[in-house]
Design a protein around this ligand. Structure first.
Ligand SMILES: Cc1cc2nc3c(=O)[nH]c(=O)nc-3n(C[C@H](O)[C@H](O)[C@H](O)COP(=O)(O)O)c2cc1C
Length: 359
């Protein structure tokens, strides 16, 4: 098909340049709302068996676009036409920041993976407010918030609260990102006390708002079992709305790519993440006894990957790296596989399989 050939050409160029080129081309090609609507219908035909409710939100199907693809929310409607049931914009920080020096995004084709050390490059929450205001999104939009690099760890809650408050009316749900490996010290915010103080501060803000927006926490796949259990205790204790498992990993275990150390620091995404992501889902589902929604992200490229995550307890999934390796029809392929599965298994709702492997 056409994508393997296109990918061969695109892979000759710098990953970040290609990313901007692809988004720019989508903006130009998909500037018409009616064209976007037609494309979306082809990419994600409505199938009631795939509908799902998570944290009070209604999703057309369980496949969304993970954070970091559209960091500042400039391409939401163009990306919506690829069929995603939701798009997570961000990570957005209180202050504008350039991120780490380039090059900072690398392909590892032998592993169907990417390595990135972007460092939350974005133009800050004020700019995000003006951009997202009046957007009229063509799919559900979630907003992922993080700590600015210049904000000391002990003031992290203030940074998150600032972005959360400003952006509150513009996202259907929010994600507290405490798990990127590319902001120094950020992952320490997953520790019980830090996490509790940030989440409590956000809950205070939420309690004063007219509408209740779900808040999810995005965790690292590198947390030890004990650290994951501590974080989960906090999330359950505060009755948060869900956990996203997971962000990129700093592990380089089992890679086929030679001289991986030459790429330097960064978080690894894609196929090598799949196993640890499933392990985390399994553990969260068992410990929480299925009481908290889990959103699976890490190495998802096929219907089988989505089913594997759901069987272990995920209610929803997201992808990022799969779009680079498998191309713009990835959602269509996954959804067709999921519809097929429902047909063959004679199930009326995909929700029925959530957590079946964990019982
Ligand atoms: C280049 C790049 C940038 C990313 N930026 C963010 C980010 O800003 N915030 C975030 O929460 N996750 C970010 N992620 C992580 C993804 O959202 C996702 O958790 C991870 O890539 C695993 O999914 P995948 O294997 O489908 O790529 C980024 C991933 C990549 C590859």
């Amino acid at each position: 098909m056409f994508y393997p050939l296109l990918r061969k050409i695109l892979f000759q160029f710098d990953e970040e340049d290609v990313h901007h080129l692809a988004l720019g081309s989508m903006d130009a090609l998909l500037s018409s709302a009616s064209l976007r609507r037609t494309l979306r219908k082809k990419m994600a035909p409505i199938d009631a068996r795939l509908h799902t409710q998570v944290a009070g939100l209604s999703f057309e199907h369980p496949v969304g676009l993970a954070a970091g693809f559209d960091k500042v929310g400039s391409h939401v409607n163009q990306l919506a036409s690829l069929g995603f049931s939701h798009i997570e914009v961000g990570t957005i920080t209180q202050h504008a920041q350039p991120g780490n020096p380039r090059p900072r995004m690398f392909r590892l084709p032998k592993d169907k993976a990417l390595l990135n050390r972007m460092g939350f490059n974005n133009d800050g929450s004020d700019a995000a407010v003006s951009r997202l205001h009046g957007l009229n999104p063509e799919t559900m939009v979630g907003i992922n918030i993080g700590k600015s690099k210049i904000t000391p760890l002990e003031d992290a809650a203030v940074d998150y609260v600032s972005s959360f408050t400003k952006l509150y009316d513009l996202g259907s749900y929010f994600v507290v990102n405490v798990s990127s490996p590319n902001t120094p010290g950020l992952r320490q915010l997953q520790d019980g006390d830090h996490l509790r103080s940030i989440l409590k501060a956000l809950l205070v803000v939420r309690s004063s708002q007219k509408f209740r927006r779900p808040i999810f926490v995005k965790i690292s796949p590198d947390l030890s079992d004990e650290a994951l259990d501590d974080a989960l205790d906090v999330v359950l204790d505060l009755s948060l709305d869900g956990i996203i498992a997971s962000n990129t990993t700093i592990s380089r275990e089992g890679l086929k790519t030679e001289n991986i150390e030459n790429f330097g620091k960064g978080g690894l995404s894609g196929a090598p993440l799949r196993k640890s992501c499933l392990n985390r889902i399994d553990r969260i589902y068992r410990l929480s006894e299925g009481s908290i929604p889990i959103i699976a992200v890490g190495g998802i490229t096929t219907a089988q990957d989505v089913l594997d995550a759901m069987l272990r307890g995920a209610s929803l999934t997201q992808l990022w790296t799969g779009l680079i390796y498998d191309g713009p029809f990835i959602v269509q392929r996954i959804l067709s596989g999921l519809s097929n599965f429902c047909e063959v298994s004679k199930i009326e709702s995909l929700d029925e399989i959530v957590g079946q492997f964990s019982q």
